[in-house]
Design a binder for this molecule. Structure first.
Ligand SMILES: [Zn+2]
Ligand SMILES: [Zn+2]
Ligand SMILES: [Zn+2]
Ligand SMILES: [Zn+2]
Length: 123
């Protein structure tokens, strides 16, 4: 059976349509943007998420520039805006502003600390 492929909107790599993420650039929403907090589909240019009401423009913690929250990376400096869920049995990537993990529902308390560590790490 043929597998249908579609380009990732972030990097252009052709990937299978049922992929949950792009293996090339690591995006978790390769065919469209989604709200990083409630995972509802969003459009680039939307100001607020229609699902949870969060602003879709965020201030990048690394460069201080404004960037769209639907991407995994800051549009200005290219740094990842994602952190890891601190629950060891989960470990899913999460948007840095998420108070709770979208996968396991647990509170993420060390987001700021993770960002500080990335800053120190220099990448
Ligand atoms: Zn990609
Ligand atoms: Zn939302
Ligand atoms: Zn930035
Ligand atoms: Zn989790």
């Amino acid at each position: 059976m043929a597998t249908y492929k579609q380009p990732c909107i972030h990097c252009g790599e052709m990937i299978e349509r049922d992929s949950r993420f792009c293996a090339k650039c690591g995006s978790r929403s390769p065919f469209g943007y989604q709200c990083p907090t409630c995972l509802k589909p969003i459009e680039r240019g939307n100001v607020l998420c229609s699902g949870c009401g969060r602003p879709l423009t965020v201030i990048c913690p690394y460069c201080g520039g404004r960037t769209f929250a639907g991407g995994d990376k800051c549009g200005a400096c290219g740094k990842s805006l994602m952190i890891r869920c601190e629950n060891k049995r989960c470990g899913e990537v999460q948007f840095f502003e998420n108070a709770k993990c979208t996968a396991c529902g647990k509170t993420i308390k060390n987001a700021k600390k993770q960002i500080e560590e990335y800053k120190k790490g220099g990448n």
